[in-house]
Design a protein around this ligand. Structure first.
Ligand code: TPP
Ligand code: SF4
Ligand code: MG
Length: 317
């Protein structure tokens, strides 16, 4: 969750100061309606799973009353990454694979914002694989939703790191031969403190996972299976009871703080388990850095930022 902040008016010649306050300011505002949250009309193919994920993001914002100016939606490049265009709030459509470093910067510099990154499986685990690992291990306070369609959608059907062995695409015309990434294992191994799995065809479950991720302090990761009806139709029928599949929730007796148990659940063959597989408490990078900043500030009281910087430069001479 984000911390409330107040901004003081800058004194002449000095930059604005951000002050973190412990009590939220009273905001006598009427609740946001869906109409006020929706921006552009989505441009996905009819039937694309991404529509449902977007609708549930609207629902989350509406239900939890996240004001426009407190929400930031960051994405990379891909079909899923069109998200920020469709939400009436802050947002950035950033570089392919680099949504997480951008989102981390926003989260660290603006603790009052709820930061969400919506990215694709290629975005997260191919070109952005290193960034995913580092954002997770640093436990940056943000929610990362990977809309996993097991294919590169935007660029029209190349094999993605989550495509199954045998998947035929423009880059593997005889069928993929490489072992796919297991996003759950990848996230747990990297150090994510909240790891969950859901599917766009189960709206209640998606919202439940989004709410739990929002309430988590730290790097919360959701893999949301979201079908690309154009280039990988039927990919997730096996997890959809309406298509004869099986939607199995994480068993209630599962200890989500048990890493080995979470790995075991994550290792189940498709359709596997849905729900929160892993969740632990660990100090966030945000909190650890804020502590350093507070300590440092106490040593340079009364100096403006530029004066502190000047002192550092002077010391380097
Ligand atoms: C640096 C860079 N490399 C490659 C591309 C081309 N490109 C755009 S989207 C994409 C893959 C999209 O797949 P995914 O991340 O799974 O998102 P989806 O479209 O499936 O939602 C690629 C390779 C790019 N835009 N920028
Ligand atoms: S190409 Fe696939 S992922 Fe992209 S909008 Fe169409 S159905 Fe959705
Ligand atoms: Mg994809």
């Amino acid at each position: 969750m984000s911390a409330p902040i107040t901004e003081t008016a800058p004194k002449a010649g000095s930059p604005a100061q951000i002050i973190i306050s412990t009590t939220p300011a009273a905001e006598p505002r009427k609740p946001l309606s869906k109409r006020e949250i929706v921006a552009d009309h989505p441009t996905w193919c009819p039937g694309c799973g991404d529509f449902a994920v977007l609708a549930l993001y609207y629902k989350l914002i509406e239900k939890r009353q996240l004001w426009h100016e407190r929400v930031t939606t960051v994405s990379g490049i891909g079909c899923s990454s069109r998200f920020p265009y469709f939400v009436q709030a802050h947002g950035a459509h950033f570089i392919h694979g680099r949504a997480l470093p951008f989102a981390s910067g926003v989260s660290l510099s603006r603790p009052d914002l709820h930061v969400f990154a919506f990215i694709g499986d290629g975005d997260a685990f191919s070109i952005g694989g290193n960034h995913f690992t580092h954002a997770a291990r640093k436990n940056v306070n943000l929610t990362c939703v990977v809309m996993d369609n097991e294919v590169y959608g935007l660029t029209k059907k190349q094999t993605s790191p989550t495509s199954p062995v045998g998947f035929k695409s423009k880059t593997d015309i005889w069928g993929a031969v490489d072992q796919p990434i297991n996003p759950m294992k990848q996230a747990i191994m990297a150090g994510a403190t909240f790891v969950a799995r859901t599917i766009s065809t189960n709206p209640n479950h998606v919202l439940q996972m989004m709410e739990a991720a929002l309430d988590h302090e730290g790097f919360s990761f959701i893999e949301c299976l979201s079908e690309c009806v154009e280039f990988y139709p039927g990919a997730f029928d096996g997890a959809n009871p309406r298509k004869g599949g099986q939607f199995r929730e994480v068993p209630p007796e599962h200890d989500r703080t048990d890493e080995a148990a979470a790995y075991k659940l994550a290792s189940e063959p498709f359709p596997g388990y849905f729900g929160i597989l892993y969740q632990v408490k660990r100090p966030t990078k945000n909190a650890l850095e804020a502590r350093i900043n507070t300590n440092f500030r106490s040593k340079v009281q009364g100096l403006a930022d530029w004066q502190i910087l000047q002192q550092t430069f002077d010391r380097m001479k």
